[in-house]
Write a protein that binds this ligand. Structure first.
Ligand SMILES: CC(C)[C@H](C(=O)O)[C@@H](O)C(=O)O
Ligand code: SF4
Length: 438
C-alpha cells in the first residue's frame, strides 16, 4: 500500500499492527500524552468520572505547568495545585514545575521526548507542532485524553492528507512563520479540516528546525489534525545531534494518495506576511499594512519563542530603542532558551532596548496574563492566533508576524518591513550562523 506520512506513523502505532489508510478508525498507542494546567484539571475530572484507578503508562505522560505560569489568580493557583496532586497520586515522573520547563511544545522536543515517527497526543490544540520533528502530534479534548491515560491507547480516524511542496530560493526576512501564513492564506482557516498537512521540498532545507516548529504549529489554524515535515537532512542532523544515532525517518511513498498538492516557489514569497485582525487566515503582504501604529509588540509563544526568534529580534533591536508610545514584551519559550539567550547577550540587547522580559509562560498569548491589551489597542505578535479578544479586550486588534517584523515594528512604533531597519546579509549571519539559508 502506498502511504502518506500520517498513514505510515499511524500504521506503526496501531495496536493491531496492521497497515492503515485514510478513513480507517484505529486504536493507537501514543508515545507521549501531554497535559497542561489549562485543560489538565478537566482531564482529571473526566479520568475520575470514568472510574479509572490508574494511569496505564505513567512514563508516557508529560505534565507541564505553562499556561497560567506563574499563577496570576487564585483559580489558576488552584488548578496548579490540582495538577500537582494528580502528578503525585499517579506517580507521573515527567513533570515540569514553574521555573523548570517552559511552554510545552517548545519544551518537549528540547527535553528529548519527541522523535521522528513518534505519536503524541495532548490536551492542547498546538500539539501538532511536533511535526517539525517528523512526528505525528495532535490535540484532543480532555475526555479523550482521560481515556488515553486510563487505557494507554485511544481511537484515531486516519486523516486524509494534503501536500505542500517548497522549492526555490528563500527570500530576505521570510521565515517559517511566513510559509504557514501563506498556506493558510491560500487554503483558508478550514482548508485542511481533520487532515494531515505534509510539508516537503528542497526549499525547506534553507529553514531551520525552529522554523519548522512555526510551520507545523499553525497547521491547526487551517483546521488540520496534524502538520508534518517530511524527513530531510535537517531533521536527520537534528536527530543525530539530539539522540546520538539516526532513528527511522518517515517519508511518504511515491504515489501516496494526497487529496490536494500545492507547490510553492519560494522566490515568489518575496516579503514577510502579516495576518490582520481577527483571523490567522486574513493574510496580506507586509507592504499592505506598513505604517499601522502598534501599542504593544509581543515576541514569544509556542510557534515563535525559540532561540531563532530571539536572535531575529535581537539582531533588529541591537543598539536601537523601542519607540516611544510602544512597549515590547519578550517571552523566551523555555528556561533553557532563556539561559542561552543570556549567554549570547540577547537578553542584554532586549533590556538595553527597553523591553520587558518575562519568565517562560504562555502568558498573554491566550489572554492569560503578562501583557493583556485594553480597548482599542493594537498589537503585533509572533503568536499564532489573533481571534477577537484573544489577548484581552475584544476591542483590541492583533496582527501576527515573524520575529524580524515584530522587532522592526517595536523600533519604529508601527508595522515595519525589517529590510528598512537592518541588512539581510548581516542578519543571516547573526541568526543562522553556518546554516545555508539561501
Ligand atoms: C488553553 C489551551 C487548552 C488552548 C489550546 O488548546 O490550544 C491554548 O493553548 C490555546 O492556544 O488556545
Ligand atoms: S503559547 Fe499560546 S498557543 Fe501555544 S500553547 Fe500556550 S496558549 Fe496555546
Amino acid at each position: 500500500m502506498k502511504q502518506t506520512i500520517a498513514e505510515k506513523i499511524l500504521s506503526k502505532k496501531n495496536i493491531e499492527r496492521k497497515e492503515v489508510k485514510a478513513g480507517d478508525i484505529i486504536l493507537g498507542k501514543p508515545d507521549v500524552i501531554l497535559i497542561n494546567d489549562a485543560s489538565g484539571p478537566l482531564t482529571f475530572i473526566q479520568f475520575r468520572n470514568i472510574g479509572a484507578k490508574k494511569v496505564a503508562d505513567p512514563q508516557s505522560v508529560i505534565v507541564v505547568l505553562d499556561h497560567f505560569s506563574p499563577p496570576p489568580s487564585l483559580s489558576a493557583a488552584e488548578a496548579f495545585k490540582e495538577t500537582r496532586k494528580f502528578v503525585q497520586e499517579y506517580e507521573i515522573p515527567n513533570f515540569f514545575e514553574i521555573g523548570k520547563g517552559g511552554i510545552e511544545h517548545t519544551l518537549l522536543p528540547e527535553k528529548g521526548f519527541i522523535k521522528p515517527g513518534s505519536l503524541i497526543i495532548g490536551g492542547d490544540s498546538h500539539t501538532c507542532t511536533y511535526g517539525a520533528f517528523n512526528a505525528f502530534g495532535t490535540g484532543l479534548g480532555s475526555t479523550d485524553i482521560a481515556v488515553a491515560l486510563a487505557l494507554g491507547y485511544t481511537w484515531f480516524l486516519v486523516p486524509e492528507s494534503q501536500r505542500f511542496k517548497f522549492e526555490g530560493r528563500r527570500m530576505p526576512f521570510v521565515s517559517g512563520k511566513d510559509l504557514i501564513l501563506r498556506v493558510i492564506k491560500d487554503i483558508g482557516v478550514d482548508g485542511a479540516t481533520y487532515q494531515s498537512m505534509e510539508f516537503t521540498g528542497n526549499g525547506l532545507l534553507q529553514f531551520n528546525i525552529d522554523e519548522y516548529m512555526a510551520l507545523c504549529n499553525m497547521a491547526v489554524e487551517a483546521g488540520a489534525k496534524t502538520g508534518i515535515v517530511e524527513a530531510n537532512e535537517n531533521i536527520a542532523k537534528w536527530a543525530v545531534s539530539k539522540f546520538g544515532d539516526l532513528p527511522e525517518l518517515i517519508k511518504a511513498d511515491e504515489n501516496a494518495e494526497y487529496i490536494n498538492s500545492i507547490e510553492y516557489n519560494l522566490s515568489e514569497i518575496d516579503e514577510p506576511l502579516v495576518a490582520k485582525p481577527h483571523s490567522p487566515g486574513n493574510v496580506v503582504n507586509i507592504s499592505e499594512v506598513e505604517g499601522i501604529h502598534v501599542d504593544q509588540v509581543y515576541i514569544g509563544n509556542c510557534a515563535n519563542g525559540t532561540l531563532t526568534d530571539l536572535r531575529q529580534a535581537a539582531f533588529v533591536l541591537k543598539g536601537r530603542n523601542v519607540a516611544k508610545g510602544t512597549r515590547l514584551i519578550v517571552v523566551p519559550a523555555t528556561q533553557q532558551i532563556y539561559k542561552q539567550a543570556i549567554k549570547e547577550g540577547l537578553i542584554d540587547i532586549f533590556l538595553e532596548a527597553g523591553a520587558s522580559i518575562s519568565t517562560p509562560t504562555c502568558g498573554a498569548c491566550f489572554g492569560g496574563h503578562m501583557g493583556l491589551l485594553s480597548d482599542g489597542e493594537v498589537a503585533i505578535a509572533t503568536t499564532n492566533r489573533n481571534f477577537r479578544g484573544r489577548m484581552g479586550s475584544a476591542k483590541a486588534e492583533i496582527y501576527l508576524a515573524n520575529a524580524f517584523v515584530a522587532a522592526a515594528s517595536a523600533v519604529t512604533g508601527y508595522i515595519t518591513n525589517p529590510k528598512k531597519v537592518v541588512d539581510w546579509e548581516e542578519a543571516k549571519k547573526f541568526v543562522y550562523g553556518d546554516h545555508n539559508v539561501n
